[in-house]
Design a protein around this ligand. Structure first.
Ligand SMILES: *Cc1c(COP(=O)(O)O)cnc(C)c1O
Length: 365
């Protein structure tokens, strides 16, 4: 975790550490009879003459969530109806015919949007191996936007964010990092001069597999204003209940990430020694592991049907451990191994997770 040391020791002015920010940010003031949490505001409209006006423009439940996630990322935050609603709003910033550089293994919904926009003549997309920093830097030259995702979903490739950001800025391009896998606790891209950070808050931020939401954070007030304007115009806003649940989830982000990461690191050690596992991909941090089954795609499918704690389900970042063979989705790039199983490690007891997994793996060799 970034360990911001306080500049001054006054409790109101000092820089709080991330765990404290997760718990305390976005709350009402400590005055008598105030609730401790911002209540859910179900409102399509507000009495005129103030700041809020209409439910597509503002909602106190979004504002509380945005305050907390913005503080964690070190910028101002806007919430969206889903991760992909946030992606679409960011891609809207790109001028007609301009070039976007993106990882060839970016989240398949991002690749899907880029392909769709390219087909309709809106922009051109260049997909690059994000681990090849020289190729990424070269691709930046005539780009308007450089899209980064690190680690990537589900290949778990890591980008050299500072080097690529420098090259992009020299070329006058904006840089966005999809920080869904790392969370602001393990990686703060705005500190590396990145322009925009994006989240599928559906995943670790909300953390309980019950909410679809997205978010963008930035330190650039102009970009913030443009994105807010696009969100007002398109209505890609979350529901107030979703924002409330996502903020409730965020309150324990540090505890969940710490436990899930510890579980993942232990499982990586054990999986690496199991003969049914041909390859373990793990970037060294976080709670997502990808394994490639030695016996191929059929073994991968068998594995995901032979456990009782591990749930066969898509998505990730919840308190419960889930896994799936990614190529069961036709939209997944063909360069992702057919026998790759992406594992989202939850916060259960790691011994129970292994006791569930090991016999299923044993049955494959
Ligand atoms: C899930 C995901 C998205 C899309 O978010 P939704 O909330 O499902 O729309 C974007 N990026 C990454 C890395 C994801 O895992």
């Amino acid at each position: 975790m970034p360990d911001d040391m306080p500049a001054e020791e006054s409790p109101t002015t000092r820089t709080l550490r991330p765990a404290t920010v997760a718990v305390t940010a976005g709350r009402p003031p400590h005055t008598t009879d105030q609730p401790l949490n911002v209540p859910v505001t179900f409102a399509s409209t507000y009495v005129a003459g103030g700041d809020l006006e209409y439910g597509r423009y503002d909602n106190p439940s979004w504002a509380a969530f945005e305050e907390a996630l913005g503080r964690l990322e070190g910028g101002r935050c806007l919430s969206f109806a889903s991760g992909l609603a946030a992606v679409s709003t960011v891609l809207d910033l790109v001028g007609h015919g301009a070039k976007v550089v993106a990882p060839r293994h970016a989240y398949n919904g991002v690749i899907g949007q880029l392909g769709d926009l390219e087909m309709r003549g809106r922009l051109t997309a260049q997909l690059v191996d994000v681990t090849d920093t020289d190729a990424m830097v070269a691709a930046c030259e005539d780009a308007a936007l450089v899209w980064l995702e690190s680690p990537t979903n589900p290949a778990l490739e890591v980008a050299d964010i500072p080097a690529i950001t420098r090259a992009a800025h020299e070329a006058g391009a904006y840089v966005v990092v999809d920080n869904t896998f790392a969370t602001p606790l393990l990686q703060r891209p705005l500190d590396d001069d990145v322009d925009l950070v994006l989240h599928s808050a559906t995943k670790f931020i909300a953390g309980h597999s019950d909410v679809l939401m997205g978010a963008v954070a930035t330190r650039d007030d102009e970009l913030y204003g443009v994105l807010k304007g696009r969100r007002d115009l398109t209505g890609a806003v979350p529901g107030p209940m979703e924002a409330f649940l996502a903020l409730r989830g965020l309150r324990t982000l540090h505890l969940r990430v710490e436990r899930a990461e510890a579980n993942a690191q232990e499982l990586v050690r054990r999986l690496s020694e199991h003969p049914a596992v041909g390859e373990v991909r793990y970037p060294g941090f976080g709670a997502i592991i990808s394994i490639v089954l030695a016996q191929g795609a059929m073994a991968a499918d068998l594995l995901t049907h032979k456990t009782s704690l591990w749930v066969h389900a898509t998505s990730l970042g919840g308190v419960e451990s889930t896994f799936e063979r990614r190529r069961r989705w036709k939209v997944e790039p063909a360069t992702i191994p057919d026998a790759l199983v992406r594992m989202s490690v939850g916060v259960e007891d790691v011994e129970d997770l292994w006791d569930d997994l090991r016999p299923a793996l044993d049955g494959l060799v």
